[in-house]
Design a protein around this ligand. Structure first.
Ligand code: TYD
Length: 221
């Protein structure tokens, strides 16, 4: 598997807290100017294809599962290769963290379309350097989602049980392909989960370079 250096992905079932963790990561970077340049991102993206996908997830736009699978893949291609996208930013030495990426398609569309369509639609995409799986008991996840103002099409218990099973099936493939996969018990407090994420992220080579760059800027070589 081709790996994009400096690219980190957060994965997990609905209610596992990927969006909360992204907020924590963002705050850590904002608080410390000596850290690498950071860009936080998410899929489905805020671009036009992502907007269409969110309409479908909200139930406003009924689409065939295969159509949705193709849209996720198209949205991802833009996210990766478009202007200001992952490849451009990581290539410039930025650290990009994305809330969801190819594993979400292999898991969710693997359930709704069968294994093959998302495999074919995602087989050319490179892997991230580091992949977090926020592993949560579906019963706890569903409790968390009860507090949300509205439910999306995948946000019910039976589906989330399958999601968890499927993540466990597909993640070893990423590890075998050279991605550093870190599974975190997401039933813990957001603070504890955040600490574990940070400890793993700090081991990335880009963190070693960051201090040097700042020293260089100060003229201390
Ligand atoms: P999510 O991160 O839960 O967004 P939000 O917190 O704003 O609701 O993602 C939206 C949903 O999209 C989630 O149920 C997972 C699903 N999804 C797929 O089915 N396939 C994909 O390729 C991606 C990226 C997401």
């Amino acid at each position: 598997m081709i790996i994009i250096s400096n690219f980190v992905v957060l994965e997990g079932g609905d209610g596992s807290g990927t969006t909360t963790q992204m907020g924590q990561i963002r705050r850590r970077f904002a608080a410390d100017p000596n850290l690498p340049v950071f860009h936080g991102d998410f899929e489905p993206t805020a671009g036009p294809i992502g907007v269409l996908i969110r309409e479908a997830l909200g139930g406003k736009l009924p689409l065939q599962p295969e159509t949705l699978a193709a849209l996720f893949s198209a949205d991802r291609r833009e996210h990766l290769y478009g202007s200001g996208g992952v490849v451009e930013r990581c290539g410039q030495g930025e650290l990009v963290v994305s809330d969801r990426y190819t594993p979400s398609s292999l898991v969710y569309q693997g359930i709704t379309c069968g294994e093959e369509p998302p495999e074919l639609l995602n087989r050319d995409f490179p892997g991230p350097e580091l992949l977090f799986f926020l592993d949560i008991d579906p019963d706890i996840a569903v409790k968390r989602m009860e507090n949300r103002p509205s439910r999306e099409i995948f946000e019910y218990r039976d589906f989330q049980v399958q999601v968890r099973r499927r993540y466990r099936e597909i993640l070893p493939r990423f590890a075998d392909g050279g991605v550093r996969v870190v599974t975190i018990n997401a039933s813990q407090s957001p603070e504890k989960v955040g600490e574990e994420i940070w400890t793993a992220m700090e081991k990335m080579p880009i963190f070693k370079g960051a201090g040097d760059r700042v020293a260089g800027k100060d003229g201390a070589s």
